[in-house]
Design a binder for this molecule. Structure first.
Ligand code: APR
Length: 227
């Protein structure tokens, strides 16, 4: 089967990375617009770079959790595509092979002068760090108000899905939240979130629990579909 998995911040919560909307709209004590918008970057680039430097350091200290690992097992019997809103690389480190990053990647940076110049980056990024053409580098993340270049690509995967799994997202940020609407009417949708934003229906089965508990149950349910 062709299984598409849409993941949000809750997927990485049990690895020790805080979600966004569980902390009063603040992201690690910052107003989201201050650190995740082009306006915020224009106003105080040093603060924004420092913020992502801290996130990058934290990412290098955490590990994939049981839910990331459970999704890797699905690849033994199925074609699996993970569409993640997360900028971490925990799906890849767990071993998932087909991961689409809708909102960019923390371990990459790109040129502010040429969006096609994208570099791997594990260290701190500072003012004065430039591409070969001498433009300042910025985090390779999609900020509020920016285009989501991978959206069409992700939408096509959802259109083709036989099963859709949604894990750990408040479904509040568009266009990502609109993705599940592209699933065909007969496609089962499994939703794992301890504080789910949608209810069970004929098409949707909600597992109101943490990813590490809910994902193995979803996988067991999917394996029953195939026998
Ligand atoms: N397992 C599963 N889900 C969890 C867990 C867990 N252990 N812990 C928390 N959650 C759920 C919360 O109940 C919430 O519904 O994860 C969800 C996190 O929601 P958000 O913080 O809004 O994260 P997300 O939906 O990924 O945000 C989307 O917003 O700030 C932007 O670009 C950023 O990609 C991000 C986007």
């Amino acid at each position: 089967m062709n299984i598409v998995v849409l993941t949000g911040a809750g997927m990485s919560a049990e690895s020790g990375i805080n979600t966004f909307r569980d902390s009063n709209g603040l992201w690690e004590n910052h107003d989201i617009m201050e650190v995740a918008s082009p306006e915020g970057f224009a106003k105080d680039p040093e603060l924004v770079l420092d913020f992502y430097n801290k996130r990058r350091k934290q990412l290098l200290e955490v590990q994939p959790n049981a839910a990331h690992k459970a999704l890797v097992e699905l690849e033994q019997n199925h074609d699996v595509t993970i569409i993640t809103q997360n900028v971490d690389d925990l799906h890849e480190r767990a071993g998932s092979t087909n991961v689409v990053h809708l909102h960019g990647e923390l371990l990459k940076v790109r040129s502010t002068g040429n969006e096609n110049t994208i570099l791997d980056w594990k260290k701190d990024l500072n003012l004065g760090d430039c591409c070969d053409e001498n433009h300042q580098l910025r985090p390779h993340v999609v900020w509020f108000g920016e285009m989501v270049p991978m959206m069409n690509y992700a939408t096509n995967y959802v259109i083709e899905a036989d099963v859709l799994i949604v894990i750990g997202t408040s479904m509040q940020v568009y266009p990502a939240a609109a993705l599940i609407q592209y699933a065909a009417d007969n496609v089962p949708i499994y939703f794992v979130d301890p504080n789910p934003s949608i209810q069970s229906s004929e098409q949707i089965s909600v597992f109101a629990e943490k990813a590490s508990k809910g994902v193995p149950k979803v996988i067991a349910a999917i394996e029953k579909l195939t026998v």
